[in-house]
Design a protein. Sequence first.
Length: 250
Amino acid sequence: MKKKNFYLLLLLLFINSHSLLIAQIRPKETKSQYQSWFSINGNIYLKNKWSLLTDLHIRRNNFLSDPNFYFLRGGVQYQLTKNLSVAAGYAHLWLASAIPGRKNFTSENRFFEQLQYNSVIGKVNLVQRLRKEQRWQQKVVNDIYTGQLRFTNRVRYLLNITVPVFKQDALPSLVVADELLVHFGKEVVYNTFDQNRIFIGVKQKINAQLSFDIGYMQVYQQKFSGYQYDRSHTFRLFFYYNNLSQLAHK
C-alpha cells in the first residue's frame, strides 16, 4: 500500500509539473486596441527649492467610447541642483474592467519616489526620470471585490527628448520619449517586464508656464499570465503647467 501511494504521489507531481510547463509555453497572445489619453500635469513652485507635483489622467478605450482608467497623483519635489531634483508622493488609480458588461472599478493605492535629471545637448532638451513605486491593487473576481490586495514594487525609467525644429521658439518642437516599466514581488511570476511606452509627437508652448504635447503613443503591456499582451495604439494629449522659473530669482 505504501509503495502504491508513493507511485501515486510521483504521478501527481509529474502531472502538476507538466501542467506548469504547458502554462509557461502557451503560445503568445497579443490583443490590439485603440485608446485616447488626456492629462494635466503641474509643477508648482512653493518656496526654498520646494514645489508641488500634481497629475490628473483620463484614459479611454475604443478611442473615446469606454473608460480605461482615472488617475490622480500628488507629491512634493525638492530641487537639489539646477538640473537634478528628487520627489515623493501618493497616487490613486481607478481601473475599469476589460470584460464587457462589468461595471466595478479596481482601485489601486500607490506611493512613489523619483529622481529626475534635466540636461541640454546643443539645442536638444533631455529629461531622464527614474521612479520607484509601491502598489496595492484590489483583487476582483467575477466583478466582485475579494477583500484582498496584490502588492508589487515597480521601477520605471523615462527618457524624453525634445528637439527644436524651427528657429522661432513659439513654433512646435519634436518630442520622442520612451518609458520602460518592470515590476517584482511575490505575485509577479511570469511577467517581470510590465510594459513599455513609446511616444512621438509635437510640443507646443502656449506661454512661459503652460504647454502641451500631442501625438501617438504605443503602450505594450504584458499580463500576469505571462503569455498575454496588450498593444494599445493611443492618441495622447498632455498639458503641462510649470512655474519653476521663479527659482532662478531666489
